[in-house]
Write a protein that binds this ligand. Structure first.
Ligand code: FEO
Length: 402
């Protein structure tokens, strides 16, 4: 448990000195219903080292936590593992206030910090695989380019067997608990999965390479300390197994049915499709977009094997809520999906063909041109929807058993 703005000692030479953001609900388009933390770490070596900072408004919280351990002006080194603003926003102020001897980042990190803060302070590059002498201790560096920015890197403190993993293995979860074993296991899994889906999914091939490299390095790990959420000390296997599975993007029998509806017809079709999916052996997950967020759709798509999309036609177009979701999902590049489109229309019916075009662009394997119904579906139309669900389920079962 943490006390008000006090540091939390997490190992012999490391304190957590980050900030808890209970209020954030939108993290660049990702719905953070449980808030988040911005983790920063203080290494009390001969050369006192701060690993990452926090989002700008939380500067004083960071400094207060540092001050609960050492005089902030005694900090000799700052290491920036990741230049994104949630970890570097207060870095220029912190540099001005504590005047460290050096600020270090990866080679790409030096460029990113320069592009963010221009000439506010000097940054020195560290090498991939290189080390930094902290006097009595040593810090090692491991570049993790595109996980999830070009500048991203890990730092490793061998004396304490702590891996500072920046965004990787993180989650958006505000809590007074600093360690994984203080958090409900279901919450831990759901938030780690949602974070992977929304932040790391497009970089899954790099995640696979990273897992191989970490495995080869065989670093002894007592703690894995990410920049968001709890520190892993008891259940890191859950994170590793999850990342291994999620990065393979192998399909399961889960079928995500995303839809919006104008007067309830497309929703009726979605429910009939769900019946067909279940009858065919799939596990349907219906996501009505009224009240659901794009980032929750992304989270459901993790480990799914099918994506079915329902839209009414409005003013010769698909529903705008679908446009929002597609724009987001296209960037996340989910793979290995079978799917189909469906929807009700009044007189022109462009919505379903438009959805088909986008699904094809996303490399979703369409089983047909989908089902379109004028105005309100009758029993025959709903039977067509059930058949469509069953067809998708059949393909899904084949894919999963292949
Ligand atoms: Fe938590 Fe990519 O910043």
């Amino acid at each position: 448990m943490l006390t008000s703005f006090g540091a939390v000692q997490i190992s012999d030479h490391v304190h957590w000195v980050g900030a808890v953001d209970w209020e954030i609900r939108d993290f660049h388009g990702y719905a953070t219903q449980r808030g988040t933390t911005y983790n920063a770490y203080l290494i009390t070596a001969d050369r006192i080292t701060l690993v990452d900072t926090v989002k700008a408004p939380f500067r004083d919280e960071l400094l207060a936590r540092v001050a609960s351990v050492v005089d902030p002006s005694d900090v000799d080194i700052i290491v920036s593992n990741h230049a994104e603003m949630d970890h570097s926003g207060c870095l220029p102020d912190v540099v001005d206030m504590i005047k460290p001897e050096r600020v270090y980042a990866s080679k790409m990190g030096t460029k990113a910090l320069q592009s963010h803060f221009h000439d506010r302070f000097e940054v020195e590059a560290v090498e991939d695989g290189g080390t930094l002498d902290l006097g009595d201790l040593e810090l090692r560096f491991l570049e993790t380019r595109m996980l999830h920015w070009p500048d991203s890197m890990f730092s490793y403190l061998p004396s304490d067997e702590v891996l500072f993993s920046q965004d990787a293995f993180g989650m958006h979860l505000a809590s007074t608990e600093r360690f994984d074993d203080g958090v409900d296991e279901g919450v831990l899994y759901d938030e780690a999965a949602k974070y992977y889906a929304n932040i790391l999914m497009p970089y899954s091939p790099m995640v696979r390479k990273l897992l191989t490299r970490v495995n080869e390095l065989a670093l002894p790990l007592k703690l894995v300390a990410p920049d968001h959420g709890p520190i892993w000390r008891s259940r890191f296997d859950m994170a590793i197994e999850g990342y291994d599975r999620w990065s393979q993007q192998q399909p399961t029998l889960k079928a995500v049915v995303v839809y919006d509806t104008m007067w309830g017809s497309t929703a009726k079709m979605a429910r009939a499709i769900a019946d067909g999916l279940a009858a065919g052996g799939a596990r349907p997950r219906l996501i009505p977009l009224q009240g659901s967020h794009r980032s929750d759709v992304a989270a459901e798509l993790l480990e799914a094997g099918a994506l079915m999309v329902g839209t009414p036609t409005i003013n010769n177009n698909m529903f705008p809520s679908l446009g929002d979701v597609f724009l987001y999902l296209e960037g996340l590049r989910p793979r290995n999906l079978v799917g189909a489109a469906f929807g009700s229309y009044g007189w022109s019916g462009e919505g379903v063909p438009q959805v088909n075009d986008i699904l094809r662009k996303m490399k979703v394997d369409l089983v047909s041109e989908g089902v379109r119904v004028q105005f309100v579906p009758d029993e025959g139309d709903l039977d067509e929807c059930r058949k469509l669900g069953k067809t998708v389920a059949g393909r899904l079962v084949e894919m999963v058993e292949a």
